[in-house]
Ligand binder design. Structure first.
Ligand code: ASP
Length: 318
């Protein structure tokens, strides 16, 4: 009997389209990839002969570096293109650039863009597999997957946990992808945000909304902090950084109402002293921020290898 491929998608555009089983498939594959990354010799040739182009219209440190490393560790030919969105009309740049690249026959395009929906649009125009590395405020699927892997490895499970997502939810694609994923895996998701940074109707995605850290953090297993996305803000969303830290910044004191074994996460880049106390961010008993970075490479290796199997029909990690 021929088994259907466990990841029957041509692209990875968001968490919304994935089933809980498919999320489990990616995380299981990522666990295998952690071992590859921890070995002294990391090179595999499962993507050998495949070309991966990373096209980033917005700046990135962790995501770009980890997609590059992930592709290289699996043997792909990787090319990075840093495209500045500001100089030309965004819609035209995106499609024109994509068509130019498409003519060079890449197998996988990894794309970050400032407009929500831009990566989906691009996926309709090209012949290769497309991975969304963050589009506007909409989705950042590999971030939610790496967060899920970190939680699953730390807590031993990825269901029935109380998880708080705190801060600038309004501008955050990380929050949206995480809400989808954590709900699909049957967790209890709480949003803690000042009213100015909380999107209208967010509770319809299946979360409880709080505007006080004290109430929202009570009994939490996991706390995810978000960066204040000042580049997406026009006008006064917060009174001042000091006031913001006082009310919504995570410190030991506010965290004391959470479970004793609570873990603290942040997708980076962090504004120390604004959304998170600097010492807490470095506290290895609670903060898993460095582990998130490690899991980021593994999750991206897993996604690339699963998509490559769809392209070549061969299992891609031995
Ligand atoms: N690095 C994440 C993103 O690209 C989070 C952030 O920038 O705050 O969305």
């Amino acid at each position: 009997m021929v088994h259907p491929h466990p990841f029957p998608h041509r692209h990875l555009l968001g968490i919304e389209q994935l089933s809980p089983q498919e999320i489990g498939t990616i995380l299981d594959r990522a666990d295998e990839c952690v071992s590859i990354s921890r070995a002294a010799r990391k090179k595999r040739d499962v993507l050998k002969g495949l070309t991966q182009i990373n096209m980033f219209f917005e700046s990135s440190t962790r995501t770009l570096a980890s997609f590059e490393l992930a592709g290289k560790r699996l043997g792909a030919d990787v090319m990075n293109m840093a495209v500045k969105a500001s100089s030309v009309n965004k819609g035209e740049t995106l499609i024109d650039t994509a068509m130019t690249l498409n003519a060079m026959h890449p197998d996988i395009l990894v794309v970050r863009h400032g407009e929500s929906g831009a990566v989906n649009l691009l996926a309709q125009k090209v012949n290769c597999a497309v991975v969304n590395a963050g589009d506007g405020r909409r989705e950042h699927p590999t971030q939610a997957l790496l967060d899920a892997l970190t939680i699953r490895r730390r807590k031993g499970r990825l269901h029935r946990l109380n998880i708080a997502i705190c801060g600038d939810v309004l501008h955050s694609r990380v929050a949206r992808s995480n809400i989808h994923l954590l709900n699909k895996m049957e967790n209890r998701v709480r949003i803690i945000a000042p009213p100015t940074l909380c999107p209208d109707g967010i509770e319809r995605l299946g979360c409880e909304v709080f505007d006080s850290m004290e109430a929202g953090l009570e009994g939490c297993d996991v706390v995810m902090m978000l960066r204040l996305q000042q580049e997406r803000m026009t006008g006064g969303f917060i009174p001042s950084h000091r006031e913001y830290f006082h009310r919504y910044g995570l410190d030991e004191d506010k965290l004391s109402v959470a479970k004793p074994d609570v873990i603290v996460m942040h997708p980076g880049p962090m504004n120390r002293g604004v959304e998170i106390d600097s010492e807490l961010a470095d506290d290895i008993d609670r903060s898993v921020i460095q582990e998130q970075v490690e899991m980021g490479v593994a999750v991206r290796m897993a996604v690339l290898s699963l998509l490559a199997e769809g392209l070549t029909g061969e299992r891609a990690v031995a």
